[in-house]
Design a protein around this ligand. Structure first.
Ligand code: NAG
Ligand code: NAG
Ligand code: NAG
Ligand code: NAG
Ligand code: NAG
Ligand code: NAG
Length: 395
């Protein structure tokens, strides 16, 4: 009995220590793809405002430019336009990281960053409540691939990139084989759709052509409409589902980092279709909304005080707040503050506020256990007004 348990633990450690899956050569990728594990766990945990969320991120477009795209405007008419919605810094990777972890930890680059395994993210919160999750990364060569990039094998063009894959940047994810197995490509999305095995939380990243990064918002808008149109009437996808279409960041670094957000899907109340919501939101609202919807624990970071999308807040009892200070016109969200991933201004990992209780939600027990003794040093205080590099918080 005892030997059996020890063997299992040992094997698990060996698997996580050796399965780095980072090689990007054609032969190595082909070999790894043969044995890559894919999983499609499902669950039906009811939410207060939606039972499923699909988050789609496009790339590098200013708000006005995005809203001017006819296909995105078409999709916006089917839902709610978020007209006061911001990214948290530049460039891409820290925004992806922030949207699931509640901070970008000072990141100011698109490097091969790996966040320490004692830093939690939305995956931990969802799993605590038995809510299935997954990522669909277009052209990822196999499930759980951890390499920096995978180019189109015929043209050599950029296709899949690690910097647009939020979960893979967290060691707490890559250390677990079953977590890697739900980080899949879009081929697997269509398999899961057909089999009715889509998860309740999903993050969808189109490739570098489709998301507009190497092309234009016209390509991104076209891709998004073509992708979503058939799903809007597919019951395996649309079943009290909320879809968020947004961008990682804007394009022009010297104007405020404002990005288009569109909420649509059958979870959006009919009376709100075609309306605009001018509440202040940022990438942390993605976390706060999911936490409020399913009554999850929090991460004790900027997720805690972020505004919940107001149509969801109306059902969860959350109250949205207006930005108070510093004056909003001084906020550009265009420079990263210090932190462990800042190449210019390094600092240790910020300590989550493990005693934070806001809107009735408390911090995940595992985070309290890991970080609780250090809470006196936390920079997080449940505020809405997140810092940026021009308005840093000292810690
Ligand atoms: C998608 O991932 C699956 C599972 O690992 C793999 O078999 C397949 O070849 C991948 N598809 C593409 C287009 O790379
Ligand atoms: C990106 O995906 C589209 C389909 O959505 C495909 O036509 C295109 O070739 C892909 N681009 C690259 C560079 O692989
Ligand atoms: C829609 O959701 C309900 C409630 O979770 C579930 O019972 C039903 O099977 C779902 N329908 C489909 C097509 O998945
Ligand atoms: C941020 O925007 C301000 C105002 O336009 C500008 O002065 C500053 O150079 C920008 N910072 C970066 C890093 O782009
Ligand atoms: C943690 O957050 C709470 C609000 O939930 C705040 O009252 C408290 O001051 C914060 N703790 C620290 C050490 O800043
Ligand atoms: C978290 O991990 C980082 C990196 O290994 C380490 O520097 C830090 O001390 C750890 N903090 C806690 C509270 O475990």
């Amino acid at each position: 009995m005892r030997t059996q348990i020890l063997t299992k633990v040992f094997l698990a450690l060996v698997t996580s220590a050796t399965a780095q899956n980072t090689a990007t050569g054609t032969a190595a990728v082909a070999a790894a793809a043969v044995t890559a594990k894919s999983l499609s766990p499902t669950s039906h945990v009811p939410g207060k405002a939606f039972d499923r969320i699909a988050i789609i991120w496009l790339e590098n477009t200013d708000y006005d430019m995005a809203l001017g795209d006819p296909n995105l405007a078409y999709l916006a008419k089917k839902g709610i336009t978020l007209s006061n919605h911001y990214a948290v810094t530049h460039p891409s990777e820290p925004n992806y990281v922030a949207s699931i972890g509640g901070d970008y930890l000072g990141m100011n680059n698109d490097n091969f960053n790996a966040i320490a395994s004692n830093v939690s993210n939305v995956v931990d919160l969802l799993e605590e409540k038995g809510i299935s999750w997954g990522e669909y990364q277009e052209n990822m060569p196999y499930s759980g691939f951890e390499g920096m990039a995978w180019v189109n094998q015929e043209t050599g063009a950029n296709s899949y990139v690690r910097k647009h894959n939020p979960a893979i940047i967290y060691d707490s994810v890559t250390a677990a084989t079953d977590r890697l197995a739900v980080i899949k490509n879009l081929t697997m999305f269509y398999q899961d759709l057909a089999a009715n095995t889509l998860p309740q939380w999903m993050f969808i990243t189109p490739n570098m052509t489709s998301d507009g990064h190497d092309t234009s918002v016209t390509v991104a808008g076209t891709w998004t409409r073509n992708f979503l149109d058939p799903l809007l009437t597919n019951p395996n996808f649309m079943n009290n589902t909320l879809v968020l279409i947004t961008f990682d960041e804007n394009h022009n670094y010297v104007i405020p980092n404002k990005i288009l957000g569109i909420l649509l899907g059958d979870a959006v109340p009919a009376s709100l279709v075609g309306t605009t919501d001018s509440t202040f939101y940022n990438h942390y609202s993605e976390l706060a909304t999911v936490e409020a919807n399913w009554g999850l624990s929090t991460l004790g970071r900027w997720d805690v005080g972020a505004n919940v999308y107001s149509f969801v807040a109306a059902k969860t009892g959350d109250v949205t707040r207006a930005w108070s200070s510093p004056p909003f016109w001084t906020m550009f969200f265009n420079l990263s503050y210090k932190g462990p991933f800042n190449t210019l201004s390094s600092a240790g990992y910020p300590v989550p506020n493990t005693t934070a209780v806001y809107a009735g939600r408390a911090v995940l027990q595992k985070i309290k256990d890991t970080w609780g003794a250090l809470v006196g040093d936390t920079p997080y205080d449940s505020r809405l007004e997140v810092p940026d590099g021009l308005h840093p918080i000292d810690y």
